[in-house]
Design a protein around this ligand. Structure first.
Ligand code: CLF
Ligand code: SF4
Length: 320
């Protein structure tokens, strides 16, 4: 890109940013349990540099995932657990797990070479809230790099239990994967839910997961953390249920939704994935209730760089 085009693009971005800030002043106030909760203008300003929460930002700014969370506490029927969590990652990819101190060193090393990283995130390879290393890592990174946005992607089971810790480590943006709000549909999607030392199956397990996801989202929104909901679109299982999910999360004050087409594997290997047209049609309907993300690149749990332009292979040879 020529220098003049780059400058023009940056000016365009600044103008759009100003327009957004202006419109942010008129954003509808979210109601949570009858209380009015406006989106926090400070958080909204910050996400103008978040490549997933702002489509404009994805051309200029990048994110860095720290793969510090190997264990998971549920079993999604579309996930083969030897790979990264597919709720936020490309299937079939395994990231090398780092210890918190190693993750901090990786941030130091990357920031020396790559100056457009604005977000540091934990998105696997398992469930971030089920691994103490996630909290330890964010604590370390927060002290040394307080200016970076802190982002996390979770299945939401432990959200109510870990709320204070989420606030303590200063999470700015949170993604929760919600594939059903009806436990009968959830029972088709999750084989089991492992909660507080006990394994629950069927509708009982799905009901615990859904309750904690919705209660957790509500509490997180109250704490002025911006929430994205990922929803895996599974034809014949939850496709006709997606609008209900979207209406519900709209009531909870979710900022943006990312509808991801299922990649058939494991117990859902027989499912025919939605066509791009089918996905777009559902997004169009859902857009009336919650802003839709259309630029997700289904990153790996160790992705570094701008979306779709990952640098980890060039920076670290073990991440093939
Ligand atoms: Fe990572 Fe996710 Fe945070 Fe982004 S990714 S934890 S919100 S910093 Fe982004 Fe990647 Fe799509 Fe995720 S493009 S898979 S939406
Ligand atoms: Fe797999 Fe993620 Fe589901 Fe856990 S939450 S089973 S890692 S897709």
């Amino acid at each position: 890109m020529s220098v003049s085009r780059l400058v023009r693009s940056k000016e365009d971005l600044m103008q759009k940013r100003n327009e957004k800030e202006e419109s942010a002043a008129h954003l509808p106030v979210t109601e949570v349990e009858g209380a009015k909760v406006p989106w926090d203008p400070a958080q909204l300003r910050k996400i103008q540099e978040h490549p997933c929460f702002s489509k404009d930002a994805c051309h200029f700014f990048g994110r860095m995932h720290l793969p510090v969370a190997p264990k998971c506490n549920i079993q999604c029927n579309y996930c083969i657990r030897k790979f990264d969590c597919v709720n936020e990652s490309r299937p079939g990819v395994t990231s090398k797990v780092l210890k918190p101190q190693e993750a901090l060193e990786r941030v130091r090393e990357v920031l020396k070479k790559v100056h457009f990283i604005k977000v540091v995130a934990v998105a696997g390879p398992g469930e971030p809230l089920f691994n103490e290393e996630t909290f330890e890592t964010f604590r370390l990174v927060k002290v040394e790099f307080p200016h970076l946005l802190r982002c996390m992607s979770t299945n939401g089971l432990l959200l109510p239990d870990r709320m204070d810790d989420i606030v303590d480590i200063g999470i700015n943006t949170l993604t929760v994967t919600v594939n059903a709000i009806d436990s009968a549909i959830g029972a088709e999607i999750y084989s089991f839910v492992n909660y507080q030392g006990k394994k629950y199956r069927g509708e009982e397990g799905a009901a615990i997961l859904i309750r904690n996801q919705l209660e957790g989202i509500q509490e997180v929104v109250k704490r002025k953390i911006l929430v994205k909901v990922n929803t895996v679109l599974i034809p014949t299982v939850n496709d006709e249920h997606i609008m209900e999910i979207t209406k519900k999360i709209s009531e909870l004050g979710v900022y943006i939704q990312n509808i991801i087409p299922i990649i058939p594997q494991y117990k859902f290997a027989h499912i025919i994935p939605p066509t791009p047209k089918e996905k777009r049609e559902i997004q169009e309907k859902c857009r009336k209730y919650v802003m839709q993300m259309t630029h997700c690149r289904q990153c790996r749990a160790d992705a570094i760089g701008r979306l779709g332009k990952d640098l980890q292979h060039c920076l670290f040879s073990e991440q093939k």
